[in-house]
Design a protein around this ligand. Structure first.
Ligand SMILES: [Zn+2]
Length: 75
């Protein structure tokens, strides 16, 4: 009766990055993102951990999110 519809899922690319980083990074930090002051002027750059949402102007965040690291250690 009802057609046997094969649900074809579109192929989602598995975010394979070839930046030469290790396969498993503890956190995914993006940036630098531009940060603006209240007048809309470029004020600073910040980085954000996409995993826990931590934002920091400290560029060392790129090397590893301290919050995520702490969470991992607590497990
Ligand atoms: Zn994090």
């Amino acid at each position: 009766m009802a057609g046997n519809q094969t649900h074809r899922q579109p192929r989602i690319p598995t975010g394979h990055d070839d930046h030469g980083t290790s396969d498993r990074s503890p956190s995914v930090v993006t940036g630098p993102h531009a940060g603006y002051d209240r007048y809309g002027h470029l004020d600073h750059y910040y980085y954000r951990c996409e995993r826990c949402g931590l934002e920091s102007t400290d560029a060392t965040l790129v090397e590893g999110c301290p919050r995520c690291r702490e969470t991992e250690a607590r497990r």
